[in-house]
Design a protein around this ligand. Structure first.
Ligand SMILES: Nc1ncnc2c1ncn2[C@@H]1O[C@H](COP(=O)(O)OP(=O)(O)OP(=O)(O)O)[C@@H](O)[C@H]1O
Ligand SMILES: Cc1ncsc1CCO
Ligand SMILES: [Mg+2]
Length: 289
């Protein structure tokens, strides 16, 4: 498993070297945090929304991130223009279906984008992803409800197979899968749930990793692992202070990430997909502890 750690670390180094341009069509709540988080990581953010320009911006980006957090029908149309341009130019498209399941418009818009655009990676909390495959799970606005199974490997594999994309489900434990390879990533800190946009920034960070690595399960594993490591380190310093201090420390820790930052902070496990489809999953040992 040392090999996996080396491969993951090399992707971080590549992000820091290439500084990929990430085109974000995101929500009004998290725009500034997303830009600052991408800068901290070493990437270049740009936000562009006008239907007249999104096609041109998407084609020069390293990745396009579509986030439905404060969507309007006009924005969905612009996202489809951007997505099709990205598809035509080989630019990976990431979708964050914020609040899917909370309203019909959100669920239908996410499904429409998945139908009309080739989405490379879908990242959401368990409730959002569940609603996209017709499984009802408690969702409170943009937050996953407390109920539901602890493990999301089965849901992630099913979603990846049915929606034909790489799926990342985040929560206490993160999962990433293309329906064939499946990994869980355990790290981070519950303080992330008290900072708005921790999930939205994560999707954009995954965009930066996808921009430099074609194997999207590997890119996603790296993005999830380093994001968790930065959060764990920030929480070590600020847990007694609160979410405001944590948010600032988290940006600082994203900027300090280096290839050895995962040590002792994050556990990555391979989960055999054959076991997932027949029963609830079982993890096959920690890879990075
Ligand atoms: N209880 C927890 N303990 C540790 N890390 C967590 C916990 N809950 C979520 N996270 C981490 O928080 C980050 C955001 O995931 P989350 O599932 O909360 O996204 P989200 O619901 O889409 O967030 P938002 O919509 O507010 O941006 C991920 O890195 C995830 O691993
Ligand atoms: C709070 C909130 N509402 C719509 S988007 C958003 C940011 C976190 O998803
Ligand atoms: Mg979210």
């Amino acid at each position: 498993m040392c090999n996996l750690e080396n491969e993951i670390s090399a992707i971080l180094t590549k992000v820091q070297k290439v500084k990929p341009l990430v085109h974000n069509m995101t929500n009004v709540v998290v725009t500034n945090f997303t830009a600052n988080g991408l800068y901290a990581l070493g990437a270049s953010p740009v936000m562009a929304y006008a239907p007249e320009e999104v096609g041109d911006m998407a084609k020069i980006a390293g990745a396009l991130v579509l986030n439905l957090g404060t969507l309007s029908s006009e924005q969905v149309e612009a996202m489809i223009i951007a997505g099709l341009s990205a598809n035509a130019h080989g630019v990976p498209v990431l979708l964050d279906p914020v609040g899917a399941g909370a309203t019909k418009f959100r669920t239908e818009s996410a499904l429409r984008i998945l139908r009309e655009v080739k989405v490379s990676m879908l990242r959401g909390n368990a409730a959002e992803i569940a609603h996209l495959v017709g499984e009802a799970r408690e969702i409170k606005g943009v937050d996953a409800g407390a109920s539901g199974p602890d493990e999301n490997t089965e849901l992630a594999v099913r979603a990846a197979q049915e929606l034909n994309t790489v799926v990342a489900i985040t929560g206490v434990e993160d999962v990433i899968t293309d329906g064939i390879t499946c990994r869980t990533i355990r790290g981070g800190d519950a303080l992330l749930t008290q900072v708005t946009g921790a999930g939205c920034l994560l999707t954009s960070v995954l965009g930066a990793f996808a921009a430099v690595e074609k194997d999207l399960v590997l890119a996603g594993t790296a993005g999830l692992a380093f994001y968790g490591a930065a959060a764990s380190r920030a929480a070590e310093r600020t847990a007694t202070l609160g979410p405001g201090s944590f948010q600032v420390a988290f940006l600082d820790e994203l900027a300090k990430l280096h290839p050895h930052s995962l040590k002792g902070q994050v556990a990555v496990s391979e989960v055999p997909v054959a076991l997932i489809s027949t029963s609830t999953s079982s993890s096959a040992g920690d890879a990075l502890r």
